[in-house]
Design a protein around this ligand. Structure first.
Ligand SMILES: Nc1ncnc2c1ncn2[C@@H]1O[C@H](COP(=O)(O)OP(=O)(O)OP(=O)(O)O)[C@@H](O)[C@H]1O
Ligand SMILES: [Mg+2]
Length: 364
């Protein structure tokens, strides 16, 4: 495997090298030497491309549902590339208030706003020579999208309140669980920035689309929970493989932590698994494969969410009429009351067949 063979060993702050596998640790915040588990054809194909992507200096965009391992892959790409001896700096663009984000990314000079009592370098400077991961990049406010584009084009930043440009040598990676292409179509993300950051793009498949990885990952998490590790009873394995994992690998990791805590003996039995896994899987017919109608429902709701609930935008992106979209939403039993109403399910209730249509008026 081209990516570093990290071992999952926990270590303390300031660790420079993993004492178990020898992996060089350069990002100070890392608490575990993460082993990158991948057995499915889909993930092996990604890893085959990863070596070349790691060596390049062009921006990378990592796409995929929440919990599919975008940050883990970004770290692995950084560590496998020529910048490994320099910092890896992740920043969650959605978690920082937009008025603070500019100063956080680019730094500021003293007196540039109330509270700016001293010059402060930003995260671009902190990542000098290394990699900056812009997580949740779809949440980057429009003015900062312009500034990011300028950094990518010129390799220069300007601290807030300064008129002096500083050269920066940083590889930018971006990650999002949203459909960036749909956001561009809907005019919510700059097309020029989109094309600039997606020079190299990797889409991490959802866990349900790489069922071969479920059990190896589950065993990997059990190994790190308990010594000697608990083993999965065959009935539990069946539940895990059939479940749809809306929270992907993060949800699986938490499920194994829960099961390991509850198990009295050496085996994980179904009653040790989180209740929703057993309940949802017991009502699923036809195994992990989805029907065309289920795939369509999921796609329609993803686009609607990406368009922030604006049905007219979603209909345009989907290439259907607004009334057709409205009728589809009604059959899913989830009609938003008005444009922008995001009261749509976080994950479609596919296992349960969608529910009764909502008795609301069709729009004109
Ligand atoms: N291939 C893998 N092998 C082992 N553990 C993994 C792998 N991929 C992800 N994980 C684990 O799954 C969890 C979620 O991964 P990560 O934070 O990278 O997901 P994400 O795609 O960035 O999610 P989000 O969109 O919510 O930020 C982490 O605990 C991570 O250690
Ligand atoms: Mg992430």
């Amino acid at each position: 495997m081209p990516l570093p063979a990290c071992c999952g060993e926990p270590f303390g702050a300031g660790t420079k090298q993993c004492s178990t596998c020898g992996h060089q640790v350069t990002d100070a915040g890392l608490r575990t030497c993460i082993r990158f588990e991948a057995r499915s054809d889909a993930m092996l194909a990604i890893l085959r491309r990863a070596e070349a992507i790691a060596k390049a200096c062009a921006p990378v965009v990592l796409l995929g549902e929440t919990g599919t391992g975008k940050e883990v892959l970004a770290r692995a790409l950084h560590h496998a590339g020529p910048r490994a001896a320099h910092p890896f700096v992740p920043v969650n663009c959605g978690a920082i208030p937009s008025e603070l984000l500019e100063s956080e990314l680019f730094g500021h000079v003293r007196g540039s706003f109330s509270g700016a009592v001293a010059d402060k370098p930003g995260l671009f400077e902190a990542a000098s020579g290394g990699t900056l991961l812009l997580d949740e990049v779809a949440d980057l406010p429009a003015p900062l999208q312009v500034k990011l584009l300028r950094v990518l084009q010129n390799g220069e930043i300007r601290r807030v309140g300064s008129n002096r440009s500083l050269d920066v040598d940083v590889r930018v990676m971006a990650a999002t669980h949203k459909d960036l292409g749909a956001l561009v179509e809907a005019g919510l993300f700059r097309a020029d920035l989109y094309y600039r950051i997606k020079v190299l793009s990797v889409r991490l498949p959802a866990l349900r689309e790489r069922a071969e990885d479920i059990l190896p990952l589950a065993r990997h998490f059990l190994d790190s929970e308990h010594s000697p590790p608990h083993r999965l009873a065959p009935a539990s394995e069946e539940f895990l493989v059939r479940y749809r994992w809306p929270g992907n690998i993060r949800e699986l990791s938490n499920a194994m932590r829960c099961a390991s805590t509850l198990a009295e003996g050496p085996m994980i039995e179904p009653h040790h698994l989180p209740e929703e896994i057993v309940r949802a899987t017991s009502t699923t017919r036809g195994g992990p494969f989805r029907t065309l109608a289920q795939v369509e429902q999921e796609h329609v709701l993803t686009v609607l969410r990406a368009c922030r609930g604006v049905q007219a935008d979603a209909a345009r992106v989907l290439g259907i009429g607004r009334n057709t979209l409205w009728r589809k939403l009604r059959t899913y039993g989830r009609v938003p009351l008005r444009d922008g109403d995001l009261a749509i399910p976080a994950a479609p209730l596919l296992e349960h067949g969608g529910g009764e249509p909502s008795p609301r008026e069709e729009p004109n």
